[in-house]
Write a new protein. Sequence first.
Length: 278
Amino acid sequence: MKCKWVTLTLIAIATVPLAGQKIHIEIGDRSRIVHLETALNHLTVIEVNEPVTMVAAGSPSFKVEWKENKVFVQPTEAEVATNLFIWTASQRLNYELEPAGAVERMDFAIDETPHITQSQVMAPLPPVAPSPADVLLAGKPVRMEASKHAKKPVEVLVRDLYESDGKLFIRYALRNQGNHPYAVDTPRVYALDGAHYPRSLYGLVNVQLEEQEATRLTARKEVPIPVVEGELKTSRIEPGQETVGVVGLRLPSSTVPTVLRLQFPNDGGGEIAAYLVR
């Protein structure tokens, strides 16, 4: 017998029939003793997940050899039982070698799978939150599709977009160009179903349509989009000042461009909205 000491990982057995013999799948568990059935003139192969460092059998009636991560067991006598230990760098496996019996009952091969503890099952790794730099670098800038228009008391400018965890975040700025303070809130958001525009919307993805341009849009209807998050730097903008905000949406998947309308509270002088092609 070739004697070299090996380290393995102990295992729980699931049996799969194969051509009369059995193949076991073992999960590393050093607290178990695995019963191994053999047959004369037949090899049983034990294959583990890491190189074997040492093996030891309690009787020379079994020929035991190993190479790399495989251990070969063959009985040389009938009616003899003994035990077998296998070591790897991280684990020990314990086996009881049963007396050689019928070929139909023998364990043809044993394959080891990595041991997964209950704590690993119950405690998945927490998600890693992106850093502010990651968010800024991953953001997609939004450009303005504008025409000449009269200056409005409150102007909305969509700055950029950021996608994460199936949600779309829109960062915008609000400028108060009027003579009175403006009370701002998180916008309501609508999708323009069946939107049409004189130009192809595919070329306007990630573009904000200025309100005069938005008057050229037609749509069958507006569908409210639930707002899942909303943040504002300040809820009151003094004349000549501006603020920034972020609104988070969970948009339904689509293969065509979507036009979104961000509706802000009116200031008494008319609608305040932003139209974004997404």
